[in-house]
Design a protein around this ligand. Structure first.
Ligand code: CUA
Length: 329
């Protein structure tokens, strides 16, 4: 039931921006050029093959049909030679072009670099913003904010299985392989919300391992960073205060962190500013009170196999918890 509702809720949001053919950065643009070039060559080769086929059919009708005839054997040999003479240079050009694109995709763009650590988990993305001052480091999940026009280095890691980081509007895919440090360069030249997803089958909920990259103006990005660095808001409303108690004393605190509370576990996403995010459960649900309630009570129906267990909260406890989580902007 929840899955259907969630699908409907998600379908009407504005962040369905996910296309390799609509690049907004240098890496994705060069990949799209390679795609168009290969497509054009493939179309030419296809037309040539079909043309040759038609020619053969016509000649067969007119020729004397003796398969053993020396003229036919010579003709077959000539055809093979022509085919090899065409295919080898074409593949060689593809190879060179591919090298050139790989150089663009892997090159560190000009400008002061922002570094973000992204760790793939079954089935969500842990996001950490690096900073030389330890106090300024902060954690979030499934939503990556970046400033427009600034190069971003995303350091990739995984501790369970192989995932793959893919935001088609920004760059190609890069695998997150356990025990193997790797990174990917991106730069968004237009503001927007770009949807990405895990592109390597990583288990039951691989399809529900999405993320959003929010490219915004440098000012908006700075404001967002300032907010993320703040500890969680201290609730004043009595219902929200009760909600915080539910969070800290119940099973929530065994997996999640809310900065400045007693909840400091790192099994699940950091929830310090969860109310400010657009989605829940790695892009599975739109972040609304109803969806959050459904997710807390019964995550296994929405995302079977996810690490989060069902939580049989009393109605009053649930309402208090929701009121508290909603304060975490
Ligand atoms: Cu993670 Cu597929």
């Amino acid at each position: 039931m929840w899955t259907g509702l969630a699908g409907a809720a998600l379908a009407c949001t504005a962040y369905d921006h996910q296309s390799v053919l609509d690049p907004v950065g240098p890496q994705a643009t060069s990949t799209r050029q390679l795609f168009y070039f290969m497509m054009a060559v493939a179309v030419i080769v296809y037309v040539m093959v079909v043309g040759a086929l038609l020619l053969i059919i016509r000649n067969r009708r007119t020729a004397v049909d003796d398969p053993q005839s020396p003229a036919r054997e010579a003709s077959a040999e000539r055809t093979i030679k022509i085919a090899v003479a065409i295919v080898v240079p074409v593949l060689f050009v593809f190879l060179l072009y591919d090298f050139a694109v790989a150089r663009v995709v892997g090159r560190m763009p000009e400008g002061s670099m922002l570094t973000i650590d992204v760790t793939g988990h079954q089935w969500w993305w842990e996001v950490t913003y690096e900073d030389p001052i330890p106090h300024n480091i902060f954690h979030t999940a499934n939503e990556i904010h970046i400033p427009v026009g600034r190069p971003v280095r995303i350091k990739l890691a995984s501790h369970d299985v192989i995932h793959s980081f893919w935001v088609p509007n920004l760059s190609g895919k890069k695998d997150l392989i356990p025990g193997h440090a790797d990174d990917i360069m991106i730069r968004a030249d237009q503001p927007g919300i770009y949807r990405g997803q895990c592109a390597e089958f990583c288990g039951l909920e691989h399809a529900k391992m999405a993320m959003l990259v929010v490219a915004e103006s440098p000012d908006a990005f700075t404001r967002w960073v300032e907010l993320q660095r703040q500890p969680a808001q201290v609730p004043v409303d009595s219902v929200a205060v009760a909600g915080r108690r539910v969070f800290e004393s119940g099973s929530c605190a065994m997996c999640h962190t809310i900065a400045s509370t007693q909840a400091a576990a790192t099994v699940g996403p950091n929830l310090t500013h969860v109310a400010g995010r657009m989605t829940l459960a790695a892009g599975t649900l739109q972040n609304s009170r109803g969806n959050l309630a459904g997710w807390i009570l019964d995550p296994q129906t929405i995302k079977p196999g996810a690490k989060m267990p069902a939580n049989a909260l009393a109605p009053a406890e649930l309402q208090a918890l929701l009121a508290y989580l909603e304060t975490l902007k």
